[in-house]
Design a protein around this ligand. Structure first.
Ligand SMILES: [Zn+2]
Length: 532
């Protein structure tokens, strides 16, 4: 039987960005968009062009990818012409493949929040959708408060949905904006909607306020909707959005859904799900949720003799799906097998070939575990993982040695009488048999240290001239006086390649220095710098 196509729409970078404490930079957004695109999602909604500098820059140039890059904004303001609505014009100017317009569909909101008539609101929806279609982009109408609106005035809510569809919207998005609707209500209401708007034009967007975000999304699909909107890790304001990290594997691994529907996510791409989930946590500087379904560290962890021995005989005894299907691993307290196969898979990915029974693999695994226990995070710092693997399993030339460094931080008044804080670093290194002493200045100790370290590396200088620090994240790992600091650094070269390194120490400058050194050495190795 031919399977029906389900479209997957991610809004981590727009709706997810509404979360308290979340503030994505442009670099963050591009990195996450790359992960989402890599997963095989159909749409990546990335922000509101015109509303803030980050999103305006993001949509200021075209960014080709497999997913449709989607801009979000308001339908035109009632009582104004399209050409006289600067917000709408900024949206049309965005370099996006699709534009999702939010419109009101609850009569109460039209009246109270918009202060306009129901008729005028319908007109605004039609005109705005038609304008997007005329601009050659795909249009979506995000029907705000659709379910509450439907309960209050079903005819009006349906009229809005139909108006958008007739004006050419590719998808009419039914939103449970307040997140209080239950699965049986979603199923009943979507069943009615698809009598008026074809199901392959109906999308579901729910929030998780009753912990039913996933259940509500699946209920809508059962009732005929053919697009699901959600976010990675369920990121979103209040209790979050529908969690795509749980929805995607459910659609693919549970027979009832897998037999009936297909998405662009292939089984190979599904294996990157755990990685994508962890990357988002790193960008947010958050500890991953150990108990997250499918991708959490505990999702396939087994403790206790009977469970463990049963799982060793046949994992199906205590696992609902195989962990490797989502890129996770089985963890058992009595065995290192999970860790070892995980490590082998990672080594394979970075191109280091060693036989599985090589005793150095066990030693490497031990070192990785020890280091992770004190705070290193190799999932997010693959360049550091690769450097560690090469040091223990291959060989890494000692391109240069740093004998010592010193960093000074000074707070003083400058010539203009302004209070400034400046940093100066001195690095003493041995390169190619010579001792070099370099001084760097910066706006902070790490910046100054980076400047000094990269000022003069003799014959290696030309390999690192195009190296640039893009991002720097600090996390304090344990409370109290014995706190340690983890520093994660993102570097980039002239060809736009990016890599991440990590350093851990009780001292933030030390941790940063370790990550900087890894980054430079990684670049030298990858670009084939000759051993001294
Ligand atoms: Zn929402």
């Amino acid at each position: 039987m031919a399977r029906e196509q389900l479209s997957l729409y991610d809004t981590t970078l727009r709706d997810g960005a509404q979360t308290q404490g979340v503030d994505f930079s442009l670099e963050d957004k591009l990195l996450i968009a790359e992960q989402l695109d890599g997963l095989g999602l159909d749409y990546v909604e990335a922000g509101y062009p015109g509303a803030n500098p980050t999103d305006t820059r993001l949509f200021g140039e075209s960014r080709p990818m497999g997913a449709k890059l989607t801009a979000f904004g308001m339908t035109k303001r009632p009582g104004r012409s399209l050409s006289n609505d600067p917000g709408f014009q900024a949206l049309l100017a965005a370099k996006a493949d699709a534009i999702c317009l939010v419109g009101k569909t609850w009569d109460f909101h039209v009246d109270v929040a918009l202060g306009t008539t129901l008729e005028e609101n319908l007109e605004a929806i039609k005109e705005s959708v038609a304008a997007v279609v005329d601009s050659g982009r795909e249009a979506l109408l995000d029907c705000e408060h659709f379910f509450d609106g439907y309960k209050a005035n079903p005819d009006y809510a349906l009229a809005c949905a139909k108006a958008a569809h007739e004006a050419g919207a590719r998808w009419v998005v039914l939103c449970d904006t307040n997140g209080g609707t239950l699965p049986e209500e979603v199923e009943a209401i979507v069943t009615e909607v698809v009598k008026h708007v074809p199901g392959d034009h109906v999308s579901i967007h729910v929030h998780n306020d009753t912990d039913n975000g996933v259940a509500n999304s699946l209920a809508a699909v059962r009732a005929g909707a053919r697009q699901i909107q959600g976010t990675l890790n369920g990121l979103g304001e209040r209790c979050g959005n529908a969690n795509l990290t749980s929805i995607i594997p459910t659609l693919m691994l549970k027979t009832d859904y897998a037999e009936r529907y297909e998405t662009r996510v292939t089984p190979e791409k599904l294996r990157t799900l755990t990685h994508a989930s962890r990357i988002l946590d790193e960008v947010l500087n958050r500890a991953p949720n150990r108990h997250a379904p499918y991708v959490g560290e505990s999702a396939f962890a087994h403790k206790g003799g009977i469970h463990v021995s049963a799982v060793q005989k046949d994992p199906r005894t205590y696992e609902h799906v195989p962990p490797e299907t989502v890129g996770n691993v089985r963890r058992m307290l009595v065995s290192d097998q999970g860790g070892r196969s995980n490590i082998m898979a990672q080594l394979d990915r970075i191109g280091i070939a060693v036989p599985k029974d090589d005793p150095r693999v066990a030693r490497f695994l031990e070192v990785v575990k020890e280091r992770e226990a004190v705070g290193y995070a190799y999932e997010a710092a693959e360049a550091s993982f690769e450097m560690l693997a090469r040091r223990l399993l291959g060989n890494v030339p000692q391109f240069f040695d740093v004998d010592s460094f010193r960093v000074l931080v000074e707070r003083r008044h400058n010539a203009l009488g302004e209070l400034v804080t400046v940093s100066e670093a001195t690095v003493k290194a041995r390169v190619d048999g010579n001792t070099v002493m370099s001084v760097g200045e910066g706006n902070g100790p790490v910046n100054a240290l980076d400047m000094a370290l990269r000022k003069d590396l003799g014959p290696y200088q030309r390999y690192i001239d195009d190296l640039e620090l893009v991002d720097y994240k600090v996390r304090i790992l344990t409370g109290g006086t014995d706190a340690v600091t983890r520093v994660l650094i993102e570097s980039r070269d002239g060809e736009g390649r990016r890599w991440f390194t990590v350093g851990v120490s009780p001292n933030i400058v030390d941790a940063s220095f370790e990550a900087l050194l890894d980054s430079i050495n990684y670049k030298l190795i990858r670009d084939g710098a000759p051993a001294p």
